[in-house]
Ligand binder design. Sequence first.
Ligand SMILES: Cc1ncc(COP(=O)(O)O)c(C=O)c1O
Length: 440
Amino acid sequence: MSQLTLDHWWQPFTNVRAFRGNPRLITRGEGCFLYTPDGREILDITAGLWCANLGHGRREVADAVRHQLLELDFAPPFQFGAPVTFEFAAKLAEYAPPGLDRIFFTNSGSESVETAMKIAYAWQRARGKGTKTRFVSRERGYHGVNVGGTSLQGIPNNRKGFPVLDNVDFLPDLLDISANAFSRGLPERGADQLNPLEKIIALRGAENLCAVIVEPIVGAGGMVPPPVGYLQRLRELCTQHDILLIFDEVVTGFGRTGAAFAATRLEVTPDLMTTAKAINGGSVPMGGVFVRRDIQETIFEAAPGSGPELFHGNTYAGAPVAAAAGLAAFEIYEREGLLTRAAGPIGRYWEDALHSLRDLPQVIDIRNYGLLGAVTLAPDPAKFPGGVGVPVHNRCWENGLLCRAVGDNLVMSPPLVIAEREVDLFIERLRRSILDVFGA
Ligand SMILES: Cc1ncc(COP(=O)(O)O)c(C=O)c1O
């Protein structure tokens, strides 16, 4: 490893200069653990980046990928298709929220968001409502990094400094620690944070509003579950005003909440749903937009007979190797009951374990849902101007734990296969890291 040159890869969302001074390299993964070049064991409490839901190193997925590469490494998805991609779409359709059984494949969450935006525009035009072009997003929301997603971003650092679309209004942030600290599952208070949507509708006019997009549970912005009743009311308002509802389930999809999708678990059905990451266990880049069947039909009916019904798509969309990985991943999801596991005893164990950190004076909030978790630490801008999350996150790495820092929050999303003893190890390492940073 001493000869490894770090100069050439400009890593995403990374303080590259700091990394070069203190490289954190990972060379192997197995189950819930990652390993450094010197053999140090790191408990991965983020499932990579919310994607390795099956745990690392699943042989069946690797075998399926190898087999597919040798059988058919690539087939053009424009005007052609490999059977394995259709098979995988049909498998996903079995789990789709009611009616959303048409799937447009992409290669990432960001592409899924752009695709959903274009499908939303296309549908409005196809049914003769071409003035409906505005979007509503939410503060603290993360919707990827392409132009559409950057414009929908509710995380300031991810949008400021870039030219963005000017057709987006924002709903208020849902994180209200003063009202909801230490809630277990969905917080009781805050459904009124939706009132501004009615004001936006009045101000802009429903005839100009294309879609509302939200993460049903905020992920990258700090893991914030919606208040009780919020999503139901959002659904009602969108239906009442003829506005599409898009759930961005890039994080919450594929078992994270205790069902295939948060839409399923929380019993609110969107019109479009963006996914990626754990769609195939996080092994090969892939995403997918789930689309209401009649939305597809309307777009098809309005399109001339010749040419694509939607002028949009990517070279690797639905690539055979990604689809083969997906079918293998779903065999594991199904056989091991992983899509619903977070709703069972391990989810309750996770909740109790997380909330055991409440005795630490620096901890001002703990949130959880399914196998998602967040701990908020008391801000200390004088000592930690960039938030206290990063120093604790750095200490976690030294102590053998990979978690994610967002401002003053630490955010967790373990592989869905996590065992109770690994949850205990996580709590022990996180507690130690917090104490190391703040002093006992
Ligand atoms: C909710 C949400 N949407 C979109 C994205 C973008 O996904 P990707 O990084 O695969 O482009 C992410 C990534 O974390 C996400 O959390």
